[in-house]
Design a protein around this ligand. Structure first.
Ligand SMILES: Cc1ncc(COP(=O)(O)O)c(C=O)c1O
Length: 403
């Protein structure tokens, strides 16, 4: 019915590659298979107790049940500013340079909606967390891409990045207005140095573009690596905003709490559009999020240690099963090249076959963009025993590719 009525915005969205693997996962489970699921960055642990308790206590106060403030309650905004001051020695005005969002994904969707004029160009390095690219496209913008490169420790090749960024910028017409960066990177786990942001801020001022930086995995770092922030570069607020989420550091993915900070013009745009679109997160969630940010950070260290431990177990077990892969410095993922003998399948076919024949679900690299082809993303959300079981299954699975 009504075939002439089209939804152009929705038509811009390709079929979600991950949906194909998800459907297959459901199908396998319905058929009784035990799927070991490394496919999503959905933390498996509980939210720390003191945060849950604060939510309950606040929810019992009936004054918290009405509409909240869309940009975030003042105490949460102050906690966000303090978080930046403590970690990155960056001064932020809570009311004009900070905004709380319903998870950072919501923030991306609405920030781009607020700041994109039809035909505006954003540069988004590839592969990427899909919302980074599609938030601009859905808002009527265009996206230019280039592939990122990194070494065997998953450290970004920063010189090559800047070479490609400048070339892409100069090739684009109209001039790009926005450059999106995300380090520690999803899906590749690539990390950068503080110097990277010094160069990026200088380039943004020279070429006149805004930077949108995502440090969702900023806390989850190993072996001495510390995530730098663009916000600690003097003058960054002239050209940049940055997002963070409580989803990963505090196992709060289902709560939907994140935030954006930085440049007043961009933060103001996000605050304004949100004031039209929502009434803010449920106040008790905001109160509990304030406690998470202000409270003892031992829980974050514990969560990080769990991922580091799982990474060690998984890399050791998968290497021994005949799938070579290396350690990285951050995030809750391993980004692994498809074993050479199975590379001809491509990441989607490999992932589907691995799921059906080995009962192991991973995210195919192609779902993150063309430069993700040849790779898969393994989320460290299964326990040690399940990781070891997956390795045994994979060892059997890989035998078919031996010549
Ligand atoms: C890089 C990155 N940014 C943002 C998000 C969104 O997180 P949330 O919407 O839960 O804050 C994710 C989620 O996986 C992510 O990987």
């Amino acid at each position: 019915m009504f075939d002439e009525i089209e939804f152009d915005r929705i038509k811009k969205l390709p079929k979600y590659v991950f949906a194909e693997v998800n459907e297959l996962k459901m199908q396998e489970r319905r058929a009784g298979a035990d799927v070991i699921d490394f496919s999503m960055g959905n933390p498996d642990g509980d939210t720390p107790e003191h945060i849950r308790e604060k939510l309950i206590e606040s929810a019992q106060k009936t004054k918290t049940h009405g509409y909240s403030t869309s940009k975030g309650i003042p105490k949460l905004l102050m906690a966000i500013a303090d978080w930046y001051k403590t970690r990155y020695d960056c001064e932020l005005d809570p009311m004009t340079e900070c905004v709380a969002t319903m998870g950072s994904k919501e923030g991306y969707a609405h920030l781009t909606y607020a700041i994109t004029n039809p035909g505006d160009v954003a540069i988004v390095p590839d592969p990427t967390y899909p919302i980074h690219e599609y938030s601009f496209r859905l808002a009527g913008g265009n996206v230019m891409k280039f592939g990122i490169e990194f070494d065997e420790h998953y450290r970004l090749n920063e010189d090559k990045f800047f070479e490609d960024l400048v070339r892409t910028f100069k090739e684009s017409s109209p001039r790009p207005k926005y450059v999106l960066v995300n380090f520690p990177h999803n899906p590749s786990t690539a990390t950068v140095t503080q110097e990277f942001y010094v160069r990026l801020v200088a380039l943004a001022k020279e070429l006149r573009f805004y930077v949108i930086s995502d440090i969702a995995y900023g806390d989850i770092t190993f072996r001495g690596y510390k995530t730098p922030s663009i916000m600690s570069v003097p003058g960054a607020k002239d050209v940049a905003v940055e997002s963070f989420t409580l989803s990963k550091s505090y196992n709060m993915a289902g709560w939907r709490v994140g935030f954006f900070v930085g440049n007043k013009k961009l933060i103001g745009a996000l605050q304004k559009i949100k004031s039209w679109l929502d009434y803010g997160m449920f106040t008790p969630i905001q109160v509990a999020a304030t406690v998470a940010l202000n409270g003892d950070q031992q829980c974050v260290r514990d969560i990080t240690a769990k991922y580091e431990h799982r990474q060690d177990i998984l890399i050791d077990a998968f290497n021994r099963a005949g799938w070579p892969m290396q350690h990285n410095e951050a995030s809750m993922f391993v980004w692994a090249k498809i074993p050479e003998s199975a590379a001809h399948l491509g990441s989607l076919e490999f992932s589907k076959k691995l799921l059906v024949e080995a009962g192991v679900a991973v995210a195919p690299g192609i779902g993150f963009g063309e430069y993700g082809e040849g790779w898969v993303r393994i989320a460290l959300i299964e326990n040690d025993n399940r990781i070891r079981q997956a390795a045994r299954n994979i060892k059997e699975f890989l035998k078919q590719f031996e010549k």
